[in-house]
Design a protein around this ligand. Sequence first.
Ligand SMILES: Nc1ncnc2c1ncn2[C@@H]1O[C@H](COP(=O)(O)OP(=O)(O)OP(=O)(O)O)[C@@H](O)[C@H]1O
Length: 230
Amino acid sequence: MSLELTGVTVEFGRADARTTVLDGLDVTFEPGRTTALVGPSGSGKSTLLAAAGALLRPTAGQVLLDGEDLATRTDAQRAAIRRERIGYMFQSGNLLSGLPAVEQLLAAVYISGRRPRAYRARAEEALTEVGLGHRLRHRPEELSGGERQRVALARALFLAPKLLLVDEPTAAVDRSQAGELAALLADRTRRDRCVTVVATHDPVVAAAADRIVDMAELTGVARLPVSGGR
Ligand SMILES: Nc1ncnc2c1ncn2[C@@H]1O[C@H](COP(=O)(O)OP(=O)(O)OP(=O)(O)O)[C@@H](O)[C@H]1O
């Protein structure tokens, strides 16, 4: 399983208001490895995650998940791929308010059309594995920022996705929890052999990753002027 983007271009807006955010980008991500995507604000990190996660269709190029091009699939096929093969973890965890931690994981089971009863014990085990065995029935409002992110990580990995996409996981987390969360993310990625791509400004997250990819390098090549032949 790998994720390969080839010639990926993403443009927003029309005609004179058109902005090119990604410009013919080529990059490959390997299974079992965490890649930190770094670069200044506005450099297109979240846009790359959205294209990789079939949340937006690139203007041009291919997004190959295990050799299958997500960009050319129908909306229904893309929805099925998102449900079955991709896990998402975003900045503030995006947990459902008022719902106990264990139910946050089971919500993904409901959405995928499976019977949650068979998954309850596994959900409790998954939360225990991320150090939340004593917080199974806590609601998001009753958890710390770091605990919320660990619930979000357990949820993102619960249905064993091939691809895990993470955006700014430590933005709302204190420094000591950020290190633990980054280590947990890298550890789970190795154990589950998923492809993990994490957009981040946090040096702690970048340090825990197996590889760092700078957006400036990815997109810079396409912007270099053609040599005048001197
Ligand atoms: N739907 C949209 N329509 C128009 N422009 C957009 C849209 N989404 C993103 N952009 C623009 O694309 C650029 C890249 O945004 P993106 O969120 O991918 O950057 P980023 O590197 O993740 O930034 P940050 O580190 O601040 O999260 C920005 O200039 C943004 O304004």
